[in-house]
Design a protein around this ligand. Structure first.
Ligand code: HSE
Length: 348
């Protein structure tokens, strides 16, 4: 089956998705019966192009890769003349909108408005944007269901590492009682560098920024706001909670010194920034805080920018999944995995 897809936001994640679609077009068609046609791209910095018959994806990537804007594409416009994303969503013939604009964890905008517009105009939505998922998941999910559409968010937590797909399919039939994990790559990278390479906190943070792990404002990482947004999403999607980021008891890694890290190491322990959500009766509570774990804990072995999540289930006990939590191709893949999930439902 062929799907017409519109991209709202075409930065790192959008370009990661486009690269995968070019590289794997044949494999996706033959193995999965899935074909993608990109019919709209809208980006605040790169401009816009509406192409109901489909864009030449390689050409779009070549233009953006050369640092040019979409006015270099036939029929495209640069940022100053770009079509407004809301108009673009309305006018586009897309079946699915991939909402890939920047995360604003305080307001969820402008992404939430784009998602609502897409759902109101009959388009499925896939997103890696943490803002709408952390603040408005239940409302958006209900809106999608009322319109017989899908709203999928695999990339919001642990990039393409299939946390939500695992819960939805492999763990179906279990009750998930608690989840705890390492959901922020930047802080895990910093703690690893402090322990393994004896680096200072500030130098390790600078290196994380240089390698592109950190948020634009790294206080979101080191003070635990990023992990708090992610544990809210897990609470509300997997544990049936209805909590907000402000409900999370949150502590960052600022109080962890190199001396503490090395002292823990000498005693067979390791500091990790642990995000936890727990269901107690009908109530879901969540926290983010540094913890000193014994090395026997599977989360203690997760090093560098990797993420991991342990599900505590009624039938299987504890199940841990580890994988990347960020990255161009890794998060681009999260979008592909949601597109394929929509395809599996529609192709039945
Ligand atoms: N800044 C985030 C992290 C990126 O370090 O995990 C992915 O959300």
């Amino acid at each position: 089956m062929e799907y017409k897809i519109g991209l709202i936001g075409c930065g790192t994640v959008g370009q990661g998705l486009l690269e995968i679609l070019v590289k794997k077009a044949e494999e996706l068609r033959e193995r999965n019966g899935f074909e993608a046609r990109i019919v709209a791209v809208s980006d605040k910095l790169k401009g816009s192009v509406l192409a109901p018959d489909g864009l030449d994806i390689s050409k779009v990537l070549e233009i953006l890769g050369a640092g040019k804007t979409l006015d270099a594409y036939p029929g495209g416009s640069g940022p100053s003349a770009a079509v407004d994303p809301l108009d673009m969503i309305e006018k586009s013939n897309a079946d699915i909108i991939a909402e890939l604009t920047y995360t604003d964890i305080k307001t969820g905008e402008p992404a939430t408005g784009y998602i609502k517009k897409a759902l109101r105009t009959g388009k499925h939505v896939v997103t890696s944007n943490k803002g709408p998922a952390a603040l408005h998941y239940q409302e958006l999910k209900k809106m999608a269901q009322a319109n017989r559409l899908q709203f999928r968010i695999e990339g919001t937590v642990m990039s393409g590492t299939p946390v939500f797909h695992l819960a939805e399919t492999g763990l179906a039939g279990n009750e998930i009682r608690e989840v705890q994990g390492i959901l922020n790559g930047t802080t895990n990278f910093i703690l690893t560098k402090m322990e393994v390479d004896g680096m200072d906190y500030a130098d390790a943070l600078k290196l994380a920024q240089k390698l592109g792990y950190a948020e634009a404002d790294p206080t979101a990482d080191v003070e635990g706001f990023d992990a708090a947004g992610k544990i809210v999403i897990l609470s509300n999607v997997l544990l049936g909670g209805s909590i907000a980021p402000a409900d999370v008891r949150r502590e960052g890694i600022g109080s962890i010194t190199k001396a503490m890290v090395l002292d823990a190491k000498a005693q067979g322990h390791r500091y990790k920034l642990i995000a936890r959500a727990k269901k107690d009766g009908g109530k879901v509570t969540a926290s983010v805080a540094p913890q000193r774990l014994p090395l026997s804990d599977p989360l203690a072995g997760v090093m560098g920018a990797q993420n991991a999540l342990t599900f505590d289930t009624d039938l299987l006990g504890k199940v841990t999944i580890q994988g990347p939590g960020a990255g161009k191709i890794e998060t681009g893949f999260s979008i592909l995995s949601d597109l394929l999930a929509i395809h599996r439902t529609l192709a039945k």
